[in-house]
Ligand binder design. Sequence first.
Ligand code: ATP
Ligand code: MG
Ligand code: MG
Ligand code: MG
Length: 467
Amino acid sequence: MDSNDLRRAFREYFVERGHVPVPSASLVPHDPTLLFTVAGMVPFKPYFLGEEVPPYRRATSIQKCMRAGGKHNDLDQVGTTARHLTFFEMLGNFSFGDYFKEGAIPYAWGLVTEVLGLDPDRLWITVHTSDDEAERIWIEACGVRPERIQRLDEDNWWQMGETGPCGPCSEIYYDKGESYGAGGGPAVGSDERFLEIWNLVFMQYDRHPDGSLTPLPAPCIDTGAGLERIVPVLQGHDSVFETDLMWPLMEEAQSLTGRRYGGRFGADAGGDVGLRIMADHARATTFLLADGVVPTNEGRGYVLRRIIRRLVARAQLLGAKGPVVEPMVRMTAAVMGEAYPEVARELETIVQHAAREEERFAATLALGRPLLDAALEGGSVPGALAFKLHDTYGLPIELTMELAAERGVSVDRAGFEEAMAAQRERARQAGLGTEAVEHPVSAEVLREHGRSEFTGYEATEDEGRLL
Ligand code: ATP
Ligand code: MG
Ligand code: MG
Ligand code: MG
């Protein structure tokens, strides 16, 4: 089964069971409490809360997700684990006051064991510490052995964001085998060995800003399974990066940098981390631009800007000589354009925005790089230098920290914060906002393009497409 077969099989399975197939919503949610669509349930939030009457009681979707800001943020994980991406597709089935646990659990078990053919001996289940009912259904309706079910507290409570729909959940894990780490099941073993593949959320509450919970009008079901995580299980790969979805991008990253991918994780992963980041960030860049986000200095536009900069900086550090964003974006479109027509349709506009951002950043990075390289060579990055890289050359502090950490070099973070504070104070005294201090573009870029250009994403979003 490749990714297309899996998309089709999942959709058909739930359509046959009375679910209405709903197309993916934008990565930019209507919901003002979220930066991005972080899960399949986000577009359905008003149905869970009872604010709108759903036109169907059962739905299924394959939702584009982005976890790079707010409560669900995997940006720092990407590249270092075998299972995290910033952009991914979430397969889901939903019940709005229709079936509850007694329906959702056997549906998921049937799909995983019968349609996907996964060996039940490799599967583990977790339920919330309080959830006797879910445990009983796994045992009685699915025949799961009791010793394969473990209880977790926070890890089996799912919440959309700081506020909104939430409830206890139950998850399916796939045991990749002894060579991937400590055993004993997902509750105590290695999270790289016990791969979380599917989360079944029993939506029962609305979380309010003061932290209190009120019950939803009706118990609902929200499930989410990562397409990119299931494909490697089906194809027998070690990580999300070797599948038909990601490998063409890994190959492109290798050819642009001249590096060979070694599939290594942990302390001696070397350039493999950077290659994985390049592949992930190319998809994130492409899909954010396709949904109308453009690089700016705040909010989601700033996340996109940071992602493009990280992609470019990584590529250069790995040895890339020319532009990398355009070929990586084009390769993303080649892989994903059929499943996501907006990517194919907007490709030239996407390339234009992405390539322009790379040009701007590459120009300043070229000026800042020798300073960083010299410091890395010397074995420490002083705070004042980290600040200069941030303020003048547009190199985010997170990136400086990461690059230094990989070489075992320390960054004077306290000194950096001091320099930031001093700059903020100067901005205040000059009657300026502190936004430009937190998120500077290089002085050159500002002079060249002016500030107003970088605050345009709100207008862009309203139109729902690219400028
Ligand atoms: P993890 O514990 O591995 O970080 P999670 O508990 O944060 O995952 P959920 O919020 O439960 O994930 O999301 C539902 C499903 O979406 C997960 O079971 C997984 O299959 C998939 N998923 C979550 N985060 C990612 C990601 N960063 N990349 C790819 N798939 C993901
Ligand atoms: Mg997570
Ligand atoms: Mg988890
Ligand atoms: Mg989970």
